[in-house]
Ligand binder design. Structure first.
Ligand code: PLP
Length: 404
């Protein structure tokens, strides 16, 4: 669309000139008829269907309109339009959590004994879903143990493979994957690439612009700023309509309108917050990478792949990082228990900095061998770097590390 500079009128419809990402977090997805400056809260179960014929058409998917909050709702719709715009997708389905979004897309694309090829660098809950639960439904998942090796992905693809799945950056090792290269492999095999973009958010990366077909989010992290649980799928209108009228409608993993409104408010500050998270993580990472008691820092800006990673994610890597102390889990425990400012909590992307020991918590469902293959050592501590002054975070880490 041609760029045009003019002052916005009061009309809230989609603006006729090109809006930048920073503006879209506040205005994205607005449509003719939006009259509320702030997203309205529609706390209701059902909507009037109108005529007998309209009721039939709505239920058959022949007409768009609000039916029942398990299927759609105006507050949720505002969130969905905003997310779709930010991700450069046609449509979105907001869900009750990130896990329900992953489950939904797996059921939709791979039910009837389908096969999935996924990176083994995954959030522990998704890893467990893929390894334990989906196989019970006849959906088998090959976890690629060398996910940086594109041939390993190729080799894992079978005639029954329904999609490729990658989390980038990954939790907790913060591996950055080449979305465009994986999309090429997927498309050569006529299957879609699904990307979990929770840790980057659309402020740092938009996978659909790099060739991915579907984006998955846990909105419980940066988007929700520590206040609500939610998830999302973004993709084509056709796919989102198909999911909404099948597995989504029939299994019910909808988000509440209240949570959708809270998410819209928090998304309005996403870009500024992500910038702070990135800056603070860099400062903490620099400090830890020089600390004599730290064996390794896991953050894409450091190490031999830093240049490659910066090329893949020039806007930054977000606030999640990890580090390994010398001395394994015993020493990691001492550091964790001596921190004064960091909260010991299982979340990512809040204003306050958080710490956790992945091997015994978020990734405790992996076997010791799987932990090794996923590059998660016993002495690793994961940090969700918040938006405090980084000097205070560094001071706290320094005093805790001095105890080992
Ligand atoms: N994807 C990633 C990368 C995550 O870190 C998480 C949770 O930590 C999830 C998905 C699952 O999201 P939720 O907790 O919203 O179900």
């Amino acid at each position: 669309m041609k760029k045009r500079r003019s002052s916005p009128k009061n009309a809230p419809a989609e603006k006729p000139w090109f809006l930048r990402q920073k503006t879209l977090e506040i205005h994205g997805g607005s449509i003719d008829g939006d009259r509320n400056l702030r997203p309205g809260l529609y706390r209701t179960t059902a909507f009037a269907l109108g005529s007998f014929e309209r009721g039939r058409r709505l239920f058959a998917g022949e007409e768009r309109g609000f039916i029942y909050t398990r299927i759609n709702n105006p507050s949720v719709d505002t969130l969905e339009r905003r997310l779709a715009t930010l991700e450069k997708g046609e449509a979105c389905i907001a869900t009750s959590s990130g896990m329900s979004a992953v489950t939904l897309i797996a059921l939709h694309l791979a039910s009837s004994r389908g096969h999935i090829v996924a990176s083994n660098r995954l959030y522990g809950g998704v890893f467990h879903l893929f390894r334990e639960e989906l196989p019970k439904l006849g959906i088998h998942v090959t976890l690629v143990e060398k996910p940086f090796d594109l041939h390993a992905w190729e080799k894992a693809i079978r005639p029954t493979t329904k999609f490729l799945y990658v989390e980038t950056p990954s939790n907790p090792v913060i591996d950055v994957f080449d979305i465009a290269a994986l999309a090429r492999i997927a498309h050569e095999h006529h299957i879609p690439l699904v990307v979990d973009s929770t840790l980057s958010t659309p402020a740092l990366e938009q996978p659909l612009t790099k060739g991915a077909d579907i984006v998955v989010h846990s909105l419980s992290k940066y988007m929700g700023d520590g206040e609500v649980i939610g998830g999302a799928l973004v993709g084509t209108q056709e796919l989102m309509d198909a999911v909404r009228l099948s597995w989504f409608r029939d299994t019910g993993p909808c988000i509440s309108p209240d949570n959708a409104v809270v998410l819209c408010y928090h998304i309005e500050s996403l870009f500024a917050r992500m910038h702070e998270h990135c800056e603070n993580a860099l400062a903490v990472g620099r400090y830890l990478s020089r600390h004599p008691k730290v064996r390794k820092v896991f953050y894409p800006a450091f190490g031999p792949d830093a240049r490659r990673n910066k090329k893949l994610m020039p806007a930054g890597f977000g606030g999640l990082m990890a580090f390994e102390v010398y001395g394994g889990a015993k020493k990691a425990k001492i550091v964790l228990e001596n921190l004064k400012l960091f909260w010991h909590a299982p979340n990512i992307g809040e204003a306050r900095s958080l710490i956790i020991h992945p091997a015994t918590t978020t990734h405790g469902q992996l076997t010791p061998k799987e932990l090794r293959h996923a590059n998660i050592p016993e002495g690793m501590l994961r940090l969700s770097i918040g938006r405090e002054d980084p000097k205070d975070l560094i001071y706290d880490l320094g005093q805790a590390l001095s105890k080992i």
